[in-house]
Design a protein around this ligand. Structure first.
Ligand SMILES: [Zn+2]
Length: 348
């Protein structure tokens, strides 16, 4: 599946070229009006078959979180900053790829006797070791601004699980490609493969202004905290809110940190799922944001919703998602696209 290629491609925010290339190749025979805008968003149109001419934007972001080289220190170790949010506790010892040449490196692991009392080493105290013999040797290979990505291989594991990096949001890109390669649908699909989502939803608003849709859906990989809680009281029977669970179907955002989903679209998605026996779950944690947050206030306002595949260990080299969730998300989207009309936006 194309998710493997997308997951293994490197596209840290602001430098999404490799992902864009895969996307363009995958969609070019299935769409018209392909455009790469000034930001680097790819937009394209898949014309619908109905005279209703409903313009439905579907957005997925091509960028991933990662790091950037800021400086090379005296011994040839690389200082770096994060691009997008990352939990620095997971970093020491991880393998990374540095720059366009994808030089192999390791994030240093501070010796235990220097780190006995600390829970986590702050990111600005960490360094990347590319095995350079000295500063000049490092400087000949790496320069400030180079992107750094997790070194990670895609694989199938366990029971219908897929493991890899950057499922946030290559899973959305993969779904959008599947949609564009399928169909035709009655509605016009205005596809947007956006950039720079992880550093503040910077591409999506521009894409929305270019496409000027009647409504929009953001496709995402979202956090699933359905793992044992190390802070839980073992006698406590109450289940913590897991945000989303793997295997329970697509997560439909009710509210997050940047948007309240349009109730007409949310109800439409729920009733579409229910009448077609597609499992789904609701996401009600008011944290995090998606491209829909930038889209819904673009132009004169665009009714928007977000649909996500739950992912464990998101923003790490080894995220997990469930293959059934992927298939059910695609099924929900395709069924929704076959049944959408202007009527859905009618006010009561
Ligand atoms: Zn995302």
């Amino acid at each position: 599946m194309i998710l493997q290629q997308l997951s293994e491609a490197i596209g840290v925010s602001g430098k999404e070229d490799a992902v864009r290339k895969i996307v363009l190749k995958a969609i070019e025979k299935h769409v018209t009006n392909i455009r790469i805008d000034a930001m680097g968003n790819v937009t394209a149109i898949k014309k619908g078959t109905s005279s209703d001419n409903l313009r439905v934007m579907i957005a997925a972001h091509t960028d991933e979180i990662g790091f950037m080289v800021t400086e090379i220190d005296g011994d040839g170790f690389i200082k770096f900053t994060n691009i997008g949010s990352v939990d620095e506790r997971i970093l020491p010892g991880l393998r990374v790829k540095v720059g366009d040449k994808q030089l192999p490196g390791v994030i240093m692991w501070p010796p235990i006797h220097k780190n006995r009392d600390q829970n986590a080493v702050k990111l600005d105290a960490l360094r990347i070791d590319i095995g350079a013999k000295n500063k000049d040797a490092a400087k000949s290979k790496v320069k400030p601004g180079d992107r750094i990505a997790f070194d990670s291989r895609f694989m199938e594991v366990g029971d219908k699980m897929l493991r890899g990096k950057a499922f946030d949001d290559r899973v959305g890109c993969s779904l959008l490609i599947d949609i564009l390669q399928g169909g035709p649908y009655p509605v016009d699909i205005l596809a947007a493969f956006t950039v720079q989502e992880e550093i503040g939803l910077r591409g999506a608003g521009v894409a929305a202004r270019i496409l000027n849709p009647d409504m929009a859906f953001a496709l995402e990989g979202t956090t699933a905290h359905d793992v044992p809680d190390p802070t839980a009281n073992p006698d406590d029977e109450d289940e913590p809110n897991p945000t989303a669970r793997l295997g329970d179907g697509p997560a439909l955002t009710v509210i997050d940190g940047g948007m309240i989903a349009d109730p007409r679209l949310l109800n439409f998605l729920r009733s579409t799922a229910e009448s077609n026996n597609i499992p789904y779950q609701l996401k009600t944690r008011p944290g995090g944001r998606t491209d829909a947050a930038a889209i819904h206030t673009a132009n004169a306002g665009i009714p928007s919703a977000a649909i996500s595949v739950p992912c464990r260990y998101i923003h790490s080299p080894s995220a997990y998602l469930n293959r059934d969730d992927y298939d059910n998300t695609l099924k929900l989207l395709q069924t929704a696209l076959n049944n959408l009309s202007h009527d859905v936006l009618k006010r009561a």
